[in-house]
Design a protein around this ligand. Sequence first.
Ligand SMILES: Cc1cc2nc3c(=O)[nH]c(=O)nc-3n(C[C@H](O)[C@H](O)[C@H](O)COP(=O)(O)OP(=O)(O)OC[C@H]3O[C@@H](n4cnc5c(N)ncnc54)[C@H](O)[C@@H]3O)c2cc1C
Length: 407
Amino acid sequence: MKRVAVIGAGASGLMAAYAAAKNGNDVTVLEKNEKAGKKIYITGKGRCNVTNDCPPETVLENVVHNAKFLTGCVHAFPPERLMRFLEEGGLPLKVERGNRVFPASDKASDVTRCLENYCRAVGVRFLFNEEVRSLSKEGGEYRIVSSRGEQSFDCVVVCTGGVSYPLTGSTGDGYAFARDFGLRVTPLKPALCGIVCDMSELSALQGLSLKNVRVSARINGKEAGGFFGEMLFTHFGVSGPIVLSLSSLLNGTQDFSQVRILIDFKPALDEETLDKRILRDLEKYKNKQMRHALEELLPRSLILPVLAQAGISPSLFSHSLQREARGRLVHALKFFALRPLSLRPIGEGIVTSGGVDVKQIDPKTMQCKTSEGLYFCGEVLDVDAFTGGFNLQIAFMTGYAAGNSIH
Ligand SMILES: Cc1cc2nc3c(=O)[nH]c(=O)nc-3n(C[C@H](O)[C@H](O)[C@H](O)COP(=O)(O)OP(=O)(O)OC[C@H]3O[C@@H](n4cnc5c(N)ncnc54)[C@H](O)[C@@H]3O)c2cc1C
C-alpha cells in the first residue's frame, strides 16, 4: 500500500484517485477549490460532453498534439470502457450528433458526483480549500507544502490542468511543479479558441451565425485543414465550433500575415452547380441591383461583403453582370477570405496546448521517467484534442493509467 497524493480534483484527478485507491492505496486528493470538478461543471455548456462514442483510433485522429503518446492508454481505457464505468456508477448516458456522449440528465454536475461517489466508495480522502504551494522530494518521499501545512507521500499524481479558464482553479501550478523537478514544459498556447480577424470592413457581420458552412485555413498558400458545421462572427472576429477546431491548427503560427481563413458558404454545391443557382436568381431578379438580387442565396448582412470580395458593385443591375464577374462571385462564395491577426488569449481557450513534455513521461503509466513516484495526467501534459468529448477522454484515460499503475 502506498500513500498517494493527487493534486487537483478535476476529471483526471478524480479518475486517478479512484484507480489508485481501488488498488488498495491510501489516497488523498488535495484541491484548492471548495469542491471537486469546477471545470467539469462548465463543460459542454453545463451538460458535459464526457467522451465520444468511437473506437480508440478515432480518438487518436482527433488528438492535435502527441497522439502517438496516447496510443497505449486509449486502448487500455477506450471511450467504451469509460462509458461502461460511468453507467455502472449510476450515470445513464446518451449519445448525440457526432457521437458526442452526455449524461442523460444533461447535468455536468452528475458526472462529478458519479466520480466522487466512486472515489469515496474506495476510501479516497478529500481535502478541499487545500492549495498545493510546493512539491519536493526528500529521501524517498515527496513533501507537499499546502495552504494548511506539510505532508509526505510515496507517490504524487499532478492533475492540475492547464491555464485556460483560470477561475475554475486551473492556473498552471503543475507546470511550476514539473520545472522544479527539472522537467521541460513546452510553450503554452491557446487551443479551441476564437480567432481575431481584421474586421475593418466586416463590422456588419457581427452577430451573424451560420450553419452548414466550411472553414479552412491556408498557411503560406497551403491548406492546413478545414471543418464543416457552425460558426459565428463576433466583435473580434470569428468563433463557434468549427472555428474553435481551426484555432488548434493555427496555434503554432508565428506570422499570421501568412495565414488566410477561407469560408465556403455553400459547401454542398460545387462551383458549376452554384453558378447555375446564381444564374437562376439573376434571371429571376434581373431588374434588381446586385445588393438585392442575392437575398435568396445569402443572409442580408453577407451580401455586401461578398460582393466586395468579388469586386462587383452593389448598385450594378443583375442583368448587366458579365460571366467573368459571375465567376468571381462564385469564387467569393466558396473562398470568402478573412485576414486573421491572432488567436484569443490563452485564458479563453477551451484547452491549453503545450505543457509537460511527454518525452519525459512513460506513456503506459504517466510516471515521470526521471522521478519514480511522480505522475502527470490530463491537461497539464502537452496533449490536446478537438472538440467532441476528446479532451475529457484524455483526462480520464491518463488519470486511469496513472492511478491503476500504482500498487
Ligand atoms: C468552457 C469549457 C468547456 C469544455 N467542454 C468540454 C467538453 O464538453 N468535453 C470535453 O471533452 N472537454 C471539454 N473541455 C475541456 C476539459 O474540461 C478539460 O480538458 C479537462 O477538464 C481537463 O481536466 P484536468 O483534470 O486535466 O484539469 P482540470 O479539470 O482543469 O482540473 C484541475 C484541478 O486542479 C486544481 N488545482 C490546480 N492547481 C492546484 C493546486 N496548486 N493545488 C490544489 N489544486 C489545484 C484545480 O482547482 C482544478 O480543480 C471544456 C473546457 C472549458 C473551459
